[in-house]
Design a protein around this ligand. Structure first.
Ligand code: SF4
Length: 214
């Protein structure tokens, strides 16, 4: 895995200077991702927030602490998983990512997946789920439903989960998150039959999608 580490580090150094979108003008630094380069499980969140932008590490704020707790409940730790975001730079005021920003940044994420080659990619929230599934179906409808997708040149198991921040805003969401996390160990050992996502359909304009988290 030394070669993978070197390639990933070289790519991180390259992305650190990225100026493909306007977020490069307001960021403190690029938040590339963190974790072992041979991780079987990758989490993909939305974008760095205030603390992530300052420290250069994804999921270090309140949502990150909840992610750590959810991992602990399934017997895993942060140093076993690779954590990234769709956007590598913080949107000002933690606003939602814009379409042109996602388009500018997405190849960075795809190349990270190509280098890491995870078995399971767990998308956290709407932005990562819609980007990597290629479907407009929102997280409320598809969470907890895995499907095989081709990403980064290989087949991975895509597993949409609510963003941990959703449980910070809506405590009842914690039980849903725990239930979806509870299936991760089995998914990491499963390559056979899985439940496909529903067929793509126009995005439902339900009120929860406006938060971006649901
Ligand atoms: S968000 Fe992505 S595309 Fe935009 S400047 Fe940062 S790394 Fe580059």
């Amino acid at each position: 895995m030394l070669a993978d580490t070197a390639l990933l580090e070289a790519f991180a150094a390259e992305v650190a200077g990225c100026t493909r979108c306007v977020l490069s003008e307001t960021r403190t630094q690029v938040v590339f991702g963190s974790g072992p380069p041979d991780a079987a499980l990758m989490f993909v969140g939305e974008a760095p927030g205030f603390h992530e932008d300052k420290r250069g590490v994804p999921f270090v704020g309140a949502a990150g602490k909840l992610l750590d707790k959810l991992l602990a409940e399934i017997g895993m730790t942060r140093d076993q998983v690779y954590v990234v975001n769709v956007l590598k730079c913080r949107p000002p005021g933690n606003r939602d990512p814009k379409v042109d920003e996602i388009e500018a940044c997405q190849s960075h994420l795809f190349h990270q997946i190509e280098l890491i080659q995870p078995t399971v990619v767990a998308t956290l929230g709407n932005f990562a789920t819609k980007l990597l599934s290629g479907s407009p179906e929102g997280i409320t409808k598809v969470h907890g439903q895995e499907q095989h997708v081709d990403l980064g040149g290989s087949s991975v198991l895509l597993y949409p989960i609510f963003h941990p921040a959703a449980a910070l805003y809506t405590p009842r969401m914690l039980d849903v998150l725990k239930a979806d996390f509870a299936r991760l160990p089995a998914l990491l050992g499963v390559t056979g039959s899985v439940t496909p996502l529903p067929d793509a359909a126009p995005a439902a304009a339900d009120e929860t999608t406006q938060l971006g988290l649901f």
